[in-house]
Structure formats: C-alpha cells, structure tokens
Design a binder for this molecule. Structure first.
Ligand SMILES: [Ca+2]
Ligand SMILES: [Ca+2]
Length: 231
C-alpha cells in the first residue's frame, strides 16, 4: 500500500527537525506538480527528479552534494544533486551563487571575495594608523585567508602599493595573529619572509600579492586594505 516514492522521500527526512519535515511535506506536494515552462528572470525554474516528479523553485545553495531549492519565501527543501535529472545537474554545474547584498556602510568600490568585502586604500601610512582608519570606515584592517581573497585584493591594488594587512607577531615573536585573535593559518609569505629584519612585526602585502613583515612605520607602508565581514 505504501507508495514507494513517498518512502524514498521520507528517508530524506530522517535527520530533519519537525519544521523542516513540515517544509519537506509541502515540497512533496509540489513535487507532484506538472512541469512548468522555462526559468524566469528571478531564477525560478522547474526541477525534475529522476522519478519524473517536478518542483518549481529557485536554487539558492549547493552544500555537500545537496541542492537547496527555495519554493517560496518561507519554504525550501534539499534534494541530493544525484537524484535530479541530467539537465538539472548540468544547470547546477554552471550555476554561481548570487552575490550577497552589500551592506550600506560598505562603499560601492569594495569587492566581495569568499565571505568578506575588501577595499584598497593608497597612500603613505603606518600600520597603527591604517588600523585606526579602517575602524573609522566601520571595517577592520583586512584578514586574507583564501586565494580568492588574495587575488581580489591584488587586482584592486593594480601593482601599486605595499598594503598593510591586519596581522602581527608583536605580542609573541613568530606567532602571527589576526586582529581578532585568530592565528594566521594560511599565510602567503614571499620567499625568505617573514624575516623579522630589524624587529618586523606587521604584515604587508607586496604588489604581486606575496607577504613581507615590516616595522610599524616602514617607508614601504604605502597603503592598506579595509575589510567588512559579510552578513
Ligand atoms: Ca616579528
Ligand atoms: Ca621582512
């Protein structure tokens, strides 16, 4: 008596909260709808499972091989990518997540990369002063933890300035930390750096993107990077 399709769906529910289970129940109803037409301007399109059931909604995330599809403002469901039609799987491969909405206090010129917004500011400045200026802009002297963030900042800099970043080993020599206290786990040091030359405790990013440690008032301090954390 039990329809096989419902059973398959219910196995997807096993780890979900009652609210999510309720949303999934709504999704099951929608999965029974006939195929709709093409994708509209808002990215709403039909999603076809391999068993032929169709849901109409918008892809909002792909996490751990699960497609998260929004059906309405308050309803979304997850489905394993492998359970979708070949066409849908192809769509997911070429899909890029939408950019988050830029908060009002972040300037238009700032660029988004891996969760944060970045802005390069040119001009001779000390590390401490750069830290203050960044705070004045309601941001922080930047953390760069991924290649994408490094590339975004490097291209904004345009081979121009030596940019202060928000990391230092002033508290304990050789122990590099970001201003929020996080250890610097993925540094992009240039060859033979950090050198601690004449007691160098602050991270500067060279025009090519590689890092060097410098003293607080180094003449090489010719700019800085402000970061605003994403929502
Ligand atoms: Ca040092
Ligand atoms: Ca150095």
């Amino acid at each position: 008596m039990t329809p096989a399709k419902t059973t398959r769906l219910s196995t997807m529910n096993s780890t979900h909260s009652p609210i999510e289970a309720c949303l999934l129940a709504s999704a099951i109803l929608l999965l029974s709808l006939p195929a709709a037409s093409e994708e509209n301007d808002d990215g709403v399109r039909p999603w076809t499972r391999k068993d032929g059931k169709v849901a109409v909604g918008k892809l909002i995330a792909v996490e751990e091989e699960q497609a998260v599809i929004s059906l309405s403002e308050r309803q979304q469901f997850q489905v394993p990518v492998s359970e979708l039609s070949i066409d849908d799987q192809q769509y997911i491969k070429t899909w890029t997540p939408p950019l988050p909405v830029r908060p009002l206090h972040v300037p238009k010129e700032a660029r988004f990369a891996d969760g944060n917004w970045y802005l390069v500011v040119h001009g001779k400045i000390s590390w401490e002063e750069a830290k203050k200026q960044a705070r004045r802009k309601k941001g922080v002297l930047a953390r760069i933890t991924t290649q994408a963030q490094l590339e975004a900042v490097t291209s904004m800099n345009g081979e121009k300035s030596y940019l202060w970043l928000g990391a230092s080993d002033k508290k304990k020599e050789g122990e590099w930390r970001w201003l929020n206290g996080d250890p610097v786990t993925n540094p992009f040091w240039d060859r033979n750096e950090p050198s601690n030359g004449s007691g160098e405790d602050y991270v500067s990013m060279r025009p090519g993107g590689k890092w060097n440690d410098l003293t607080e008032n180094s003449r090489w301090g010719t700019g800085y990077v402000v970061m605003w954390e994403g929502e």
